[in-house]
Design a binder for this molecule. Structure first.
Ligand SMILES: [Zn+2]
Length: 347
């Protein structure tokens, strides 16, 4: 198997993507266009060559220059990664038309990557600085996924530093938009506000009553604790964003994002990532991208890297996709269609 996989083959394999952030996966070319529309009102550390190339009509070169800069800025720590989002990305995501376009392009890029079903997460409260309401943000993102060629569900992210009042508003928002919303997440700095936060869990219990599953980012930068295990069991949380640290995952679903862990400095390089050993131990692993803008990867590339470093082939890829399918938030009808696609693609 190792030698007959190439990018074209992997692009053609049907893949389910559970963990990707809307604000970490914009097209760099679109970002440059937005900066141009805003008269180059850019962050102080913006790389000037990207602007020069853009103004000279060298759009591909400009996009590559800018993306390479962003990947460098975001690397080495989760704090750098978050800082790059705050400085460079969020200012461009404050208007309805832009949110709709960014969403539409993200779905198109997923389709081109061979993704057959997508769960796309974001924090609506990060897009209200120019006056949009949370509902207007949701409507704009929903408009961007309206004619998508694949099933798409949204995941609403509460943030660890924000606290209960905002989490409550987001939980109500998720319930109001449950037609589009698959899950309710907790994201943000795990080091500063670690563990399964009780104020979030309270809201998570509320959304669950409305058929929306809670999940959270956990064990990306921190090791598992006894408290984590007690609370995960207490609140019945089965999906973990990342969840790759430690050996206490049990039967929980791990949304592993290998290249992202390398970019944020959690893992030194891909060959040292625990994904393969977790999988071989029988842990319930899925493969994800987290943020294609900063990793300069896509899901096909993650599969190619798994093939190169751990000799993963169709059997492993099918297994992780069946796990993803099982725990995804798509309807039963969509799931049976997706199962047929997976069988077609891998068997
Ligand atoms: Zn994430």
């Amino acid at each position: 198997m190792a030698n007959d996989l190439n990018r074209d083959v992997v692009l053609g394999l049907p893949k389910i993507l559970l963990h990707e952030h809307l604000d970490c996966s914009l097209r760099p070319s679109t970002m440059l266009q937005f900066f141009a529309e805003d008269d180059w009102n850019v962050p102080a550390n913006f790389p000037l060559p990207a602007r020069t190339y853009y103004l000279e009509g060298e759009l591909e070169k400009a996009a590559a220059e800018y993306q390479n800069f962003l990947a460098r800025e975001a690397s080495k720590s989760l704090a750098n990664y978050v800082n790059a989002i705050v400085l460079h990305v969020l200012p461009l995501m404050q208007h309805k038309d832009r949110l709709a376009r960014i969403t539409r392009e993200r779905v198109e890029d997923a389709v081109a990557d061979g993704v057959v079903a997508l769960e796309l997460r974001f924090a609506p409260q990060l897009h209200i600085r120019a006056g949009l309401t949370l509902e207007q943000v949701m409507d704009a993102v929903a408009a961007g996924m309206r004619d998508s060629a694949i099933p798409v569900k949204l995941i609403i992210c509460a943030l660890r530093h924000e606290g209960e009042a905002m989490a409550e508003r987001l939980a109500d928002l998720a319930i109001k938009y449950k037609q589009h919303v698959g899950l309710f997440d907790l994201a943000g700095d795990e080091k500063a506000n670690p563990g399964v936060l009780l104020w979030w869990a309270k809201q998570a219990a509320k959304v669950r009553e409305h058929g929306i599953e809670p999940e959270l980012h956990l064990w990306e930068t921190d090791e598992p604790t006894d408290d984590d295990l007690v609370r995960l069991a207490e609140f019945g949380i089965r999906r973990l964003g990342h969840g790759m640290r430690g050996r206490r995952q049990e039967a929980r679903i791990l949304e592993v994002c290998p290249s992202s862990n390398c970019v944020t400095g959690q893992i030194r390089n891909f060959s040292e990532h625990p994904i393969d050993s977790l999988y071989r131990e029988g842990k319930r692993v899925t493969v994800n991208t987290d943020g294609t803008l900063f990793t300069r990867s896509d899901l096909s590339n993650e599969y190619l890297l798994l093939n190169r470093y751990f000799n993963w082939g169709k059997a492993e890829f099918l297994a992780v996709n069946l796990t993803a399918l099982e725990v995804s938030s798509f309807s039963n009808e969509e799931k049976s269609e997706l199962l047929a696609k997976l069988k077609d693609g891998y068997c």
